[in-house]
Design a protein around this ligand. Structure first.
Ligand code: ADP
Ligand code: MG
Length: 242
């Protein structure tokens, strides 16, 4: 197996109006692995994700994928060329397109293969029966599944997810978390999932990167971090899990 990370960020920093919100952040993710960037609101998680996606520019640091430079402060591959899929809580489906149309949206060109890929993905997320429906005919959880299929359609090497499950009720959220993981693992996608909920990170992560005030303060397997928090603040953050 290759030991080249699917995603590697090195010393990424970003300031707004003289205030550093992402401070020297480094992490790497192997193919098929899920890393959760976990920390309280305002600690810089979304800004980190936006820099990786190419929506925000870093002040310093580098982003690599599969040994290829994606972005430093001199050179940058544009967002659409990065092989990155995005899933946000409010990343709405296109209301005027059917489920199939939404999933096919990212796939321009080879038409015959498009239909096969759309059907395969909708089967994977359990939405085959709804292929010709419109978004308003679906529940929130069903829309979320379609959004996942749509994000996966162009076979992203990396999936960036920013609190994608926060809009769902508890029972549904657990179910969709598990299904999402199954699909992403089967596709071999490296996942960086942003969350402020320790329980979500414990459930989904292979590795947790604990973030606070713009810095990653601890990285490790979920139970290592849970059992051996780096300080009182980290321990308190995890103590809410029941
Ligand atoms: P998180 O996702 O962890 O809640 P964010 O990355 O969204 O945190 O934000 C980190 C900090 O950076 C916050 O204080 C936020 O207000 C600030 N921030 C984010 N984007 C901008 C921006 N475009 N201009 C000014 N401040 C910003
Ligand atoms: Mg955020």
């Amino acid at each position: 197996m290759s030991d080249i990370p699917r995603l590697e960020i090195k010393n990424l920093s970003r300031s707004f109006a003289g205030r550093t919100v992402v401070d020297d952040v480094s992490l790497s993710i192997m193919p098929g692995q899920v890393t959760c960037l976990l920390g309280p609101s305002g600690c810089g998680k979304s800004t980190t994700l936006r820099m990786i996606a190419g929506i925000e520019m870093q002040d310093s640091g580098e982003i690599w994928s599969d040994g290829e430079l994606i972005c430093n402060t001199v050179e940058r591959i544009p967002p659409e060329g990065r092989g990155i899929g995005l899933m946000f809580q409010d990343f709405a489906l296109f209301p005027h397109l059917t489920v199939a149309g939404n999933v096919a949206y990212g796939l321009r060109g080879r038409r015959a293969q498009t239909r096969a890929r759309v059907e395969d993905l909708l089967a994977k997320v359990g939405m085959s029966a709804h292929i010709d429906r419109y978004p308003h005919e679906l529940s929130g959880g069903e829309q979320q599944r379609v959004a996942l299929a749509r994000a996966l359609a162009p076979r992203p090497r990396i999936m960036l997810m920013d609190e994608p499950f926060s809009g769902l009720d508890d029972r549904l959220r657990d179910e969709i978390r598990d299904e999402t993981l199954d699909v992403l693992k089967a596709e071999g996608t490296a996942v960086l999932l942003v969350t402020h909920e320790p329980a979500e990170a414990m459930r989904m992560a292979d590795e947790i990167a604990l973030m606070r005030g713009g810095r990653i303060v601890q990285t490790g397997a979920p139970y290592n971090i849970y059992n051996t928090p780096i300080d009182r603040e980290a321990a308190a953050f995890f103590s809410d899990i029941n």
